[in-house]
Design a protein around this ligand. Structure first.
Ligand code: M6R
Length: 369
């Protein structure tokens, strides 16, 4: 039931903090990660795998891309992400030491299911990250980690997305513990930061009104670009997908480092560009690089809406609008940065008078090819 909400999507965005909290619940013991459902796979398997391959479609694949950055960094195991429909038709090479992790809200997406079946036939281990109890994909997998986002009704995935990312973080941290690639103290610090995210998300949700104003001003816009870097890159892709599917607006997400390799040619006066700005506290100086990207597109007339950490004053002179997110560990910023983009897609669709919960031509669960 929608309750007092204008749409299921509005309700489900409001549930993003709970989706994260509920996905963490029961999986932290003494400050370390223990996902009981992974016991079935066993620590020996987690130690012996030499590759993680994440397969998914749509928004779930973007969650997997965020997961890739975190899992690879923490557990020092190569992680690839592949769209299930591309994976399944090219006879991919897998070994018993490959762990294939599928991500699916519904657990019924045909391409993802067929990819999992293929992986099993090839002798790979399979883990399903799924939001729907007893769905087909978890039943076809060796183990399942459920995301506890609760039922998602709106076609556009929101709370399931943040829950999927959270499940990837937990999996990455447990893998790092078992493989001893992170010290216990480092894991504890990350877990403590992750546990703060639900409250931080509640703060971000309070920025929804400002986003609604922006969206209503932009109701006539024909194209919106999204730029991000590192874990902000999949968030740029997610922001663009939401705008396509909900508001039927041409939207593209780019890795900010690609700008000079082509996309900057798209910038003309008035072009709206959302930029997910990395934390200035990040050691890799990605913040400075992205601020420099903002200067470059601004000089060509782009209208920049920056999503930046609280206290990041360096972006202020360069952006037309700054949406603030609270301070978090850089790996966890995607959870916070995506919420304004979910709002934006929903509000722009609403401003155009479109059906937010049931966009044209789309089904909630894609059970055909
Ligand atoms: O149920 P799944 O997570 O497997 O669905 C995957 C995609 O179909 C889904 O995320 C789709 O891209 C959403 N409509 C995006 O909002």
């Amino acid at each position: 039931e929608k309750g007092g909400w204008s749409s299921f999507m509005a309700k489900e965005i409001s549930e993003e903090p709970d989706a994260v909290a509920n996905t963490i619940r029961g999986r932290v013991t003494d400050g370390l990660v223990h996902i009981p459902e992974l016991d079935g796979l066993g620590d020996d398997v987690l130690r012996s795998i030499d590759r993680v391959l994440i397969i998914a479609c749509g928004t779930a694949a973007y969650a997997g891309m965020v997961g890739k950055y975190a899992i690879e960094q923490w557990a020092r195991v190569p992680v690839d992400v592949e769209l299930a429909h591309e994976f399944r038709y090219r006879e991919p090479v897998l070994s018993p030491n490959t762990l294939v992790v599928s991500i699916s809200q519904s657990g019924e997406t045909m391409d993802t299911l067929m990819a999992v079946k293929y992986a099993r036939e090839q002798g790979a281990r399979t883990l399903s990250i799924c939001n729907t109890q007893g769905a087909t994909i978890p039943r076809e997998s060796d183990a399942v980690v459920y995301t506890h986002a609760g039922p998602e009704v709106a076609v556009a995935s929101t709370k399931a997305f943040v829950a999927q990312i959270t499940a990837c973080y937990l999996f990455g941290l447990q893998l790092a513990q078992v493989r001893e690639t992170l010290a216990a103290d480092a894991v504890r610090a990350l877990v403590a930061d992750l546990q703060k995210v639900p409250d931080q998300l509640r703060d971000v949700i309070a920025s929804g009104e400002r986003i609604a104003e922006l969206a209503h001003w932009m109701a006539d816009t024909r194209s919106v670009l999204f730029l991000g870097r590192h874990v902000g890159y999949p968030i740029a892709l997610e922001g663009a997908l939401k705008l396509k599917e909900l508001a039927y607006i041409h939207a593209e997400g780019f890795a900010a480092g690609e700008l000079k390799h082509g996309p900057i040619a798209l910038i003309e006066p008035g072009q709206i560009v959302f930029v997910i700005v990395p934390s200035p506290r990040d050691e890799r100086s990605l913040h400075a690089k992205v601020v420099s990207n903002i200067q470059e597109i601004r000089a060509r007339g782009a209208r920049v809406i920056a999503i930046a950490e609280a206290g990041d004053v360096a972006v202020l002179p360069h952006a037309d609008e700054v949406i603030r997110i609270p301070l978090a560990s850089p790996f966890f910023e995607p959870l916070l940065a995506v919420v304004p983009l979910h709002f934006f897609g929903m509000e722009l669709a609403a401003a155009k008078g479109l059906d937010v919960d049931q966009p044209r031509n789309l089904a909630k669960s894609v059970t055909v090819e």
